[in-house]
Design a binder for this molecule. Structure first.
Ligand SMILES: N[C@@H](CCC(=O)N[C@@H](CS)C(=O)NCC(=O)O)C(=O)O
Length: 214
């Protein structure tokens, strides 16, 4: 089984964390962000994550992939179905543009495998600058303002309990977005967010970006 993904993609992290936590034998494959053909050849769309079975068939959509991975008999427990993270998801959505202004320009500066080529960086930059309506340079210059908005949003976010050693559906939904905020150097996380990200990172064998935050 192969799991095609981008390192920075929160939807991909959903699939990746479940595959790893449930010990599903798989190979992680990082596609170049501008390799449209590779994506189309697999699922007929420019989208990751993609799960490819050993017979060559492939599927997209992170939550469908999570359900598929959760259904595979591995001897490991299945996901805890608890998924009550709507307040936290809504909080993140309310600061969506500020989050994007922080993350998009950093995505291409962290040495991630999907941005190994100049053309991949150019492809992503053009599309994401269109979404935020300003250049990556300007977004970086405005870091202090975007950080302040995101920090205020995080400070007001209702805390989550740690999952213990059984991963919950709610963690699959919220962790990838919180983890990506570790790309932002010295972003002030409430203590519970920091503890939560560190706990789930260890539980799933994923990684944060603390060592290379910008
Ligand atoms: N509904 C999809 C959304 C996946 C998605 O938006 N993936 C992004 C990467 S974060 C993507 O592939 N975008 C197309 C692109 O980067 O060109 C899912 O849950 O899998």
């Amino acid at each position: 089984m192969k799991l095609y993904q981008y390192d920075h993609c929160p939807f991909c992290v959903r699939a990746d964390m479940v595959a790893s936590w449930r010990k599903v034998p798989h190979e992680k494959v990082y596609l170049l962000n501008d390799d449209e053909q590779a994506h189309y050849d697999l699922i007929g769309a420019k989208m990751v994550p993609i799960l490819q079975f050993d017979d060559g068939k492939a599927m997209g959509e992170s939550l469908d992939i999570v359900a598929e991975l959760d259904g595979i008999e591995t001897g490991a427990p299945t996901l805890d179905p608890w998924d009550e993270v709507a307040p936290q998801m809504q909080a993140l959505a309310s600061a969506n543009r500020a989050v994007n202004c922080l993350l998009f320009p950093r995505n291409v500066r962290l040495g991630l495998p999907e941005f190994e080529t100049r053309t991949a960086i150019g492809y992503f930059t053009e599309r994401k600058e269109d979404i935020i309506g300003i250049s990556f340079g300007q977004a970086l210059e405005e870091t202090a303002a975007h950080k302040a908005e995101v920090e205020a949003m995080l400070a007001a976010m209702p805390p989550l309990d740690l999952p213990g050693d059984r991963l919950r559906m709610g963690d699959v939904l919220i962790y990838p977005q919180l983890r990506n905020l570790t790309m932002v150097k010295d972003l002030a996380f409430p203590d519970w967010v920091r503890a939560y990200v560190d706990h789930v990172t260890a539980l799933c064998g994923t990684h944060s970006y603390d060592d290379r935050a910008i």
